[in-house]
Design a protein around this ligand. Structure first.
Ligand SMILES: Cc1cc2nc3c(=O)[nH]c(=O)nc-3n(C[C@H](O)[C@H](O)[C@H](O)COP(=O)(O)OP(=O)(O)OC[C@H]3O[C@@H](n4cnc5c(N)ncnc54)[C@H](O)[C@@H]3O)c2cc1C
Length: 265
């Protein structure tokens, strides 16, 4: 049986994200949370492979996060995951992408022998795009990033990577890790049955005690990078609004503006 692991991250609902103007950090309290959108594409890819293999496939979803990240896992189960693993421990707090990948890689080693690991290309909050490739490196797995199409065979996958000047096809042997783009597929909605089952589903919880990682390699202590400051770009554009009878005047002014800027170039 093929075993697929999908790494999912619970992120703030981007419409809700607020930054503290003093510190430049994200205000997470009061924000809704969602599954990182690209991780939905990763789940959908796993579900499609499982369907193609006539269910001869098992999908495990894993996340490292606070206890409430179980809701992201339950949603992933409703979307077609078979098993869920929550990696949660105060010692994991403050992890950068390296310390996050360390926990995920170790949990993957402990929870099963996976043929394929899927992750999003990047998360909407941290947005480093480092976690997938770091996990692959820690597990000594080949890795393909920016994947927009997957053809899977018995022993390998052929992936299409969207790169700057076109696309690139790669054949990679299992076990391997793939990070996906939104162009890969259209994520499905959870079914009512899936939602009902996921509410009752057992979620395997792992803490630092279940993983073979030294405590100085966990969380903030084990993080070589620090986010020193985050700033919001200032909006410098001046805007004017015309409506109703002012529209013609607005068009005249816009034409003049364009003429002037073209002449000044
Ligand atoms: C505003 C901001 C800036 C940050 N900047 C940095 C930085 O510059 N350097 C740095 O090292 N860290 C940074 N972090 C911390 C970073 O969010 C965390 O380390 C995070 O756990 C992983 O990084 P990421 O969000 O960039 O993930 P990415 O690497 O962008 O995520 C790619 C994929 O990896 C998987 N994944 C990521 N995190 C998890 C998880 N916790 N559980 C399961 N799967 C996961 C998902 O499949 C995801 O789609 C920042 C955080 C914030 C909020």
């Amino acid at each position: 049986m093929m075993k697929i692991a999908v790494l999912i991250k619970q992120v703030p609902d981007t419409d809700d994200v607020k930054l503290d103007p003093e510190t430049g950090t994200m205000i997470r309290e009061g924000s809704g949370t969602i599954i990182n959108p690209l991780d939905l594409n990763a789940i959908e890819a796993a579900v499609q492979i499982k369907r193609h293999r006539k269910d001869d496939c098992e999908i495990t979803v894993l996340t490292m996060g606070p206890p409430n990240a179980q809701f992201a896992l339950r949603e992933a189960l409703a979307l077609g995951g078979d098993e869920a693993v929550l990696l949660t421990d105060r010692k994991f707090a403050g992890a950068d992408s390296w310390a996050t990948a360390k926990v995920l890689a170790e949990a993957l080693k402990k929870s099963g022998k996976y043929d394929l690991v899927l992750a999003g290309e990047k998360a909407t909050d941290g947005e480093t795009g480092q976690v997938g490739p770091e996990v692959a490196a820690m597990l000594s797995m080949p890795c393909a990033t920016y994947v927009s199409a997957i053809e899977h065979n018995e022993n390998n996958v052929v992936v299409t990577r969207t790169v700057e000047d076109g696309t690139e096809k790669q054949r990679i042997q299992f076990p391997c890790l793939i990070t996906v783009l939104s162009a890969l597929n259209n994520p499905s909605m959870p079914t009512l049955r899936g939602k009902m089952n996921s509410r009752r589903a057992n979620i395997v919880t792992m803490t630092s005690q279940d993983l073979d990682i030294k405590s100085e390699e966990l969380g903030l202590k084990g993080s070589p990078t620090r986010v020193v400051k985050v700033t919001t770009p200032q909006k410098t554009r001046k805007t004017k609004r015309y409506s109703g009878s002012q529209i013609e005047e607005g068009i005249r002014e816009l034409v003049e503006e364009i003429k002037t800027s073209v002449l000044n170039q």
